[in-house]
Design a protein around this ligand. Structure first.
Ligand SMILES: NC(=O)c1ccc[n+]([C@@H]2O[C@H](COP(=O)([O-])OP(=O)(O)OC[C@H]3O[C@@H](n4cnc5c(N)ncnc54)[C@H](O)[C@@H]3O)[C@@H](O)[C@H]2O)c1
Ligand SMILES: [Fe+2]
Length: 388
């Protein structure tokens, strides 16, 4: 029987609703930020969604600077230049504005600006975060413009180490933004590919958290409802990007996924991290490709749980019925059905499969998978995902 012992952390203040981006100056006051560094990515920096937010800051008399040297799947050099911009501009806090990439980088700048050790010393392994030599962190106001990673309510940031070609999850409890403005209208401009990828990331967070072993009934409840919100709203957000109700539910599901995954993630993410680091694929889209293969792989350990889930969702056919539902959703949203399709027809070589498997089993998310991951079984899982 599962031991009924747990440590629970819950998210932060979220100002949720269409139009609430207008509260940005007020949120900065509440977070005690007078001179923010506005961290976003170069694609977004060219779009009205950023221009509108900056106009709100101008009208509010806020002295800010924009930093947009953030690549999707951010890398250490983005962090280094971000810290330089933060220090040389005399900033006292960060507005992290964008998808997971800009949110994570903004959070990492706030944290690392006060540290002396290399960022890699704070990987999400055991209690490595206690190595921090200062408890100080610049306050963060987070404004998501995608609905997927949930980074706005999380205490981690993902950064790619270009030397080792690995994607690392960096963790410190103080990296939790103090205020979030979750305005669904900011997500209507997402290209379809990003709507799908980010939405499937939210689904992967809820599903992996729900399936992770351990006692966490709060996370389970949040994950269950998050799964329902994605299944019922992602097709509408995809087909009718301006539907603010669907966008709002997706934004909630994203925050719910990241709240739930404090319980743990699993093999979808353990595989997606090395693939993203080595081949620069979109994180959520990569998760979407792996999802049915990982469900089938974990079946012996999760069948009962998934049957409970199908009861809640009103899906017929038990475990198989749920996997079919996921396959149908993927097809409807144009998700590639194999890893080979995701990589544009490139079939991974035996050495590459070996490398990805070796990286997956040491990924910090591997411990949350309901079945133990070994190099052998991950290799077979990868081969399935390559062939389909
Ligand atoms: N911190 C966490 O807990 C966590 C969880 C999951 C994933 N991640 C990380 O987050 C990153 C992925 O984030 P993401 O999926 O949100 O994508 P992203 O931030 O990389 O953005 C992808 C693209 O979408 C564009 N974009 C974003 N919002 C837009 C909008 N409203 N309109 C038009 N274009 C828009 C961006 O300019 C960018 O080109 C990865 O690095 C992943 O590893 C972090
Ligand atoms: Fe994710």
């Amino acid at each position: 029987m599962t031991k009924l012992v747990a440590k629970w952390n819950y998210p932060t203040t979220v100002r949720f609703g269409v139009g609430r981006i207008s509260e940005l100056p007020e949120a900065l006051l509440a977070a005690e930020i007078a001179k923010p560094l506005f961290v976003t990515d170069p694609g977004l920096a060219r779009l009205p969604v950023v221009a509108d937010a900056l106009a709100i800051l101008d009208r509010g008399g806020v002295a800010y600077e924009v930093f947009s040297d953030v690549k999707p799947n951010p890398v250490e050099s983005n962090l280094t230049t971000g810290i330089d911009a933060y220090r040389s501009g005399g900033h006292d806090g960060v507005i992290a504005f964008g998808g997971g990439s800009a949110l994570d980088l903004g959070k990492l700048i706030s944290f690392q600006a006060h540290q002396t050790r290399p960022i890699w010393d704070f990987e999400d392994v055991g209690d490595w975060w206690t190595r921090a030599d200062s408890d100080a962190i610049a306050p963060i106001v987070a404004v998501p413009t995608t609905a997927g990673t949930g980074s706005e309510v999380g205490r981690a940031g993902v950064l790619t180490n270009e030397t080792t070609h690995t994607k690392k999850v960096i963790f410190h409890p103080k990296m939790l933004p103090s205020i979030v403005i979750a305005d669904p209208a900011l997500t209507t401009g997402m290209p379809r590919f990003i709507t799908v990828g980010t939405g499937m990331d939210a689904l992967a967070h809820c599903l992996e958290a729900y399936c992770a072993p351990g006692y966490h009934p709060m996370a389970d409840g949040i994950a269950l409802e998050g799964i329902r919100l994605v299944l019922e709203n992602l097709p509408t957000a995809f087909a009718m990007g301006n539907d603010l109700t669907a966008r709002a539910h997706m934004m909630s599901a994203a925050a719910m996924g990241a709240t739930a995954f404090q319980k743990g993630l699993g093999a979808i993410h353990s595989l997606s991290h090395p693939i993203g680091a080595l081949y620069d694929t979109h994180h959520g889209m990569t998760n979407a490709v792996f999802m049915p293969y990982v469900l089938a792989f974990n079946r012996p350990a999760i069948e009962g749980r998934i049957e409970r889930l199908t009861g809640y969702l009103g899906i017929q056919g038990g475990f198989d019925g749920f996997v079919h539902r996921i396959m149908d959703l993927r097809a409807q949203l144009g998700v590639p059905s194999t890893l080979t399709d995701l990589l544009g027809g490139r079939v991974l070589s035996d050495e590459e499969i070996d490398r990805v498997a070796a990286m997956a089993i040491v990924d910090p998310t591997a411990g949350g998978n309901p079945l133990e991951l070994t190099k052998q079984n991950v290799r077979s899982l990868l081969e399935e995902a390559i062939r389909g």
